[in-house]
Design a protein around this ligand. Sequence first.
Ligand code: GLU
Length: 272
Amino acid sequence: MIVTRFAPSPTGLLHLGHAFAAITAANAGGRFLLRIEDIDIARARTEFAAAILEDLAWLGLRWKEPVLRQSTRFDAYRAALARLAAMDLLYPCFCTRKEIAEEIARASEAPQGPEGPLYPGTCRHLSPDARKMRIASGISYALRLDAQKAAAIAGVLTFIEHGKTLAVAPLLFGDVVLARKETPTSYHLAVVVDDAHQGVNLVTRGNDLLAATHIQRVLQTLLGLPEPAYAHHRLILDAEGRKFSKRDKAVTLRDLRTAGETPESIRDRLKL
Ligand code: GLU
């Protein structure tokens, strides 16, 4: 049986792009699950989580309970981090954003990743003593994946995208951040741990997350998790041809509903 999920972050109300993603996931699956990605305690709000469930129900979607809230899963993420640490794949990084930008500006070449220039690896070379001293001083730090080491252990990987086999580029995100001192996970780590926990075997989501699949396949392999298939879908663009986003005050489902739209007219708008 195909198991899919819709995994919104409760940092705002759902807009048309979310509606498309949710309906696509629900239509693809035998079992449709919901996950609230609320690891960012500073930005996630329970009111938004409640509004999301309400909007999805209004759209006519039905999911299999329980809804998984990532904020209840920190122990599972800590366990995954401990496993990576035991393989010596993590290192603490004390660089500020400014320091990283300066280091990149100084470098003769700065490889680009999907989210901008890759971390230049400054803290990878710190001695164990230097690490201990800085951690003991109480300053904040991130845990980064040693991508070269991780790629060597993971070996040659592929993923299935819409039935086609594609090669994984394990170094695409470089030494990506997997956790911070105050948050024991990152988006990538939480997604792979929870997709496995929920038995998701078909990941449907927007094309903007296609690149994330590369690092997520690496993490799945290192953590011994099953490999889901992937089906990234087109993005719903606004009148100016841009991706809908919370920042742009995109039209929310709430606004559309107040303006008299129905679940059927929303589906028509999305050409579903
Ligand atoms: N929480 C992510 C978002 O709202 C989606 C995660 C995923 O589907 O992998 O963009």
